[in-house]
Ligand binder design. Structure first.
Ligand code: PLP
Length: 377
């Protein structure tokens, strides 16, 4: 049976060139903390990777910290800030549309004496800036707002959010996991103080993440040990993974124009083939990530449809990767104002550069046939 992978927002294919180039580093003997030649070679490879990532972002070399995932990057941003800050501010405002990695540290933050409050979002999962303006105050340490949402694919108005942070002297933490590599990012111009990334979303291996932390931002390590990553993240570095992270970012950036157009063509062909039976989640005209389509079908539970299309070769998702397969409706759809039954119908199809419009059409036929069968149409 032919398989169609329409879940690129969950993870992407490890680019073959990246796999090939990381191979020697998997076999490398030296520990980057060792002062002998083997160790120095490993350390140099990490430094080159850091240089390349900082060049992609237009930031300082020393502002990049490699970690073990996008989730760890988010936890270091939030919890590391909470334990590292000398400020008296104790409120952290987090968009209700954030990935769980930014929302679930809430109870730990509470134990540390901080209050994590959810910022309401609009029907397109974007931060409601009027509601945020009302919540802001001089006791807000940080605001958390993602660049693009992993379920809806929509973008936050970071300029407006930064403006509100400036009025109150608050920091802005931006999860750029869905856009890193695929879109040109300039963290400072985008108004961020901390930005988080994950390698497997742009053709790198799973289990490698990074953060940009603007110089002077008070973040303390959560993992302590040998003082690696300038004392921000102890533990012997994943040299091959870090090299691959930088490689994957560079390759994705080089091919950005071609790949974004390819994803867009596949996505648009898919949506056109689904036709009016598919109810689109995002408002017409609202910009989204080029490979993203979020829809539902009347009287069709997402979980039933996902199982049915999986049997026929189509892999897609009902929301964030960690909740796919579970019956819980997406917290993003609920926060965006959808009722329980609408939220239980939400489906995310996300396209990669290798998906052809022809394959998108074939997959759409399967999705339509199964949705009609389930709905009894
Ligand atoms: N943030 C967003 C927006 C994501 O989509 C994801 C992954 O789905 C993460 C964070 C977590 O990244 P990782 O899978 O590397 O932990």
């Amino acid at each position: 049976m032919k398989r169609y992978y329409l879940d690129h927002a969950a993870t992407t294919l490890l680019r073959p060139e990246v796999r090939e180039r990381m191979q020697p580093w998997l076999e490398l003997l030296g520990n980057p903390s060792s002062s002998h030649a083997h160790g120095r070679a490993a350390k140099a490879a990490i430094d080159v990777a850091r240089e390349r990532v900082s060049a992609q972002l237009g930031v300082l070399f020393g502002e990049i910290c490699f970690v073990g995932s996008g989730t760890e990057a988010a936890n270091l941003a939030l919890l590391g800030l909470a334990i590292g800050t000398t400020s008296e501010r104790r409120r952290i405002l987090v968009s209700a549309a954030e990935h769980h990695c930014m929302l679930h540290p809430g109870p730990v933050l509470k134990r540390l004496g901080f209050e994590l409050e959810e910022i309401p979002i609009d029907a397109d999962a974007r931060v409601d800036t009027e509601a945020l303006a009302e919540m802001m105050g001089d006791d807000v340490l940080a605001v958390v707002a993602m660049h693009a949402n992993n379920e809806f694919g929509t973008f936050n108005d970071l300029a407006a959010i930064r403006g509100l942070c400036d009025e109150h002297g608050s920091l802005l933490i931006v999860d750029a996991v869905q856009t890193a590599g695929h879109y040109e990012l300039r963290p400072e111009a985008m108004g961020a103080d901390i930005m988080t990334f994950s390698s497997h979303k742009f053709g790198g291996p799973k289990g490698v993440g990074a953060l940009w932390i603007k110089s002077g931002t008070q973040v303390e390590a959560l993992v302590r040990g040998g003082g690696q990553e300038r004392d921000l993240r102890g533990g012997t570095e994943n040299v091959a993974g870090i090299v691959a992270f930088a490689d994957a970012w560079d390759i994705t950036a080089e091919r950005r124009d071609i790949e974004e157009s390819a994803k867009l063509a596949a996505r648009d062909a898919f949506l056109a083939a689904l036709g009016p039976q598919a109810i689109r989640t995002v408002s017409p005209g609202q910009p989204t990530l080029s490979g993203h389509a979020h829809v539902r079908f009347a009287n069709v539970l997402a979980t039933s449809l996902l199982i049915a299309i999986d049997r026929r070769g189509v892999s897609a998702s009902s929301g964030s990767a960690c909740s796919s397969g579970s019956l819980d409706p997406s917290h993003v759809l609920l926060a965006a104002g959808y009722d329980m039954s609408e939220a239980q119908g939400g489906l995310r199809f996300s396209f990669g550069p290798e998906t052809t419009p022809g394959e998108a059409l074939e997959a759409a036929e399967i999705v339509l046939a199964e949705a009609s069968r389930i709905a009894g149409r």
